[in-house]
Design a protein around this ligand. Structure first.
Ligand code: 4AD
Ligand code: MG
Length: 467
């Protein structure tokens, strides 16, 4: 068996009369007057291939084994389909079953299963319509990300997953240690601490899973000029919401000789490019999301792909929120972080499309953001999207050594640990800027899926690390 055999998606473009093998899993089987119709899927496209098993073509016991989930190869002839909704179908002449799926125990057959239930069978859900579409779109979006940056001369760089520095200074990090030993299994499992002394640990000091590749990306940008990361990041914040993961993928471009204006321009171009790419290449999948998951999805995406984003300063946003007359659960005042409800009001009610907010109070943003002349705000920008809220967080970076040192101190961070980061400001410092896009937040936006756990194959959230 060669990997270069035909996929189901290729069969749809074969001329009637072609002989072909079709591999896949049975979605459904319907018997009618001795003829059986099998909907076959291999995940290569949204549409299933209809395979017709004519009366008497195969032993009845064999046909009965073709229940939902069974893996199979059909050989047959491509014929014009009399049924609506498909140009061709396959008239089977041979059939080989690889593995049956017992109809009494196979979990993925209930119609109308909830997202919560499907999450419990994350290892099987990809075979269904919704998750097949989600993961095809995810793959295509990742390709579009690389294509976008490659076309603009950005270099893809690989920043460490294990790090000793806390980029965001928020402290929500997972420790990486060999000082802990797991004994026992399941409910009896226990940690045994071999040594409480970090100098005795694997790295000779406390180490963590990275929350962002930004600081290392900055070092690479101050040599390669335009770079980006695309990899997993980890946050141990105990946020059990529909838009937080403990392990998520982030895309972080970083540009030397670039201000916040250039950064915002890139963010906007980037989002529009990826969305347009998906509209061009994932039509049937997006059509499905539009019909079944989020009405108006296609209209929204088409609109976003072609119109510019609204720009507003944080201060203007707070004023608009205060004047809105809305009753928010969390009152909004200058200096406070915006809550999801505020972000939704701004994007959905006030503007009706993505908004870029800039110039946040320095206290609520990370230490590395460039201080404005007013001494109160920093050159930060967040892109907020309807339904999702924050989808991108970025900034122009503080390139002035003395001010950066002050900021590190203000945040109570250990200056010694950032010696290499400060070196960038000692030797050939330049204005530079970048941002981070949460890949799963983008996927929620383009698919309309309501929970971030449903756009990543295996979600990591508080209390959940199955599979
Ligand atoms: O705003 P954040 O924390 O920014 C950074 O990490 C910067 N170092 C980025 C940079 O300037 N290079 O995170 C960036 C984005 C957010 O806007 C959000 O889309 C996503 O990452 N994100 C999460 N996605 C899923 N689950 C979480 N827990 C997330 N936290 C942030
Ligand atoms: Mg942020």
């Amino acid at each position: 068996m060669d990997y270069r055999r035909s996929y189901v998606k290729d069969i749809f473009s074969l001329a009637p009369g072609s002989e072909v093998d079709a591999y896949g899993w049975v979605k459904t089987r319907r018997d009618s007057k001795g003829v059986s119709f099998v909907q076959l899927s291999d995940g290569s496209c949204f549409q299933d291939l209809q395979v017709v098993l004519e009366a008497g073509a195969f032993p009845e016991e064999t046909v009965k084994q073709l229940t939902t989930g069974t893996s199979v190869r059909f050989r047959g002839e491509v014929v014009e389909s009399p049924a609506a909704g498909q140009a061709v179908e396959l008239k089977a002449t041979q059939l080989e079953i690889y593995g049956i799926a017992d109809a009494t125990t196979y979990p993925l057959q209930k119609k109308g299963a909830t997202m919560e239930f499907l999450r419990e069978i994350s290892h099987l859900r990809v075979r269904g319509n919704t998750f097949g579409a989600v993961f095809r779109v995810r793959s295509e979006a990742a390709y579009a990300v690389h294509k976008f940056f490659h076309e603009r001369g950005f270099r893809w760089i690989h920043t460490p997953i294990i790090t000793a520095s806390d980029c965001e200074g928020a402290g929500a990090m997972f420790a990486v240690s060999t000082s802990l030993e797991a004994t026992g299994h399941g409910d009896d499992a226990q940690w045994k601490l071999k040594s409480a002394d970090p100098t005795q640990d694997f790295f000779g000091k406390p180490a963590f899973l990275t929350v962002s590749g930004q600081l290392e990306a900055e070092t690479m940008a101050l040599g390669l000029t335009n770079v980006y990361t695309f990899g997993p990041t980890f946050r141990a914040e105990n946020s059990n919401t529909a838009r937080h993961l403990a392990e998520f993928w982030m895309i972080e471009p970083e540009m030397a000789f670039c201000s916040l204006e250039g950064d915002m321009k890139l963010a906007e171009e980037f989002l529009r490019y990826v969305i347009q790419h998906l509209l061009d290449h994932c039509g049937p999948d997006l059509e499905f999301f539009n019909q079944r998951i989020e009405p108006e999805l296609l209209k929204t995406l088409e609109h976003v792909a072609t119109s510019s984003f609204e720009h507003m300063t944080y201060t203007e946003a707070v004023e608009a929120l205060a004047a809105s007359g809305e009753k928010f659960e969390f009152p909004c005042h200058w200096g406070a972080d915006l809550q999801a409800e505020h972000e939704r009001w701004l994007t959905e009610v006030k503007v009706g499309r993505p908004v870029i907010l800039t110039d946040y109070p320095k206290e609520i943003k990370a230490f590395y953001m460039r201080l404005n002349e007013d001494g109160k705000t920093v050159r930060a920008m967040d892109v907020l999207a309807p339904r999702i809220g924050e989808i991108i967080g970025g900034s122009q970076r503080e390139e002035r050594l003395d001010i950066l040192e002050d900021r590190i101190e203000e945040f109570g961070l250990p200056k010694e640990a950032y010696w290499w980061y400060l070196d960038l400001r000692r030797f050939g410092s330049v204005p530079h800027a970048g941002f981070g896009l949460g890949f799963e937040r983008l996927l929620m936006y383009v698919t309309g899926m309501k929970n971030i756990r449903d756009v990543i194959p295996y979600h990591r959230t508080p209390g959940s690390a199955e599979f």
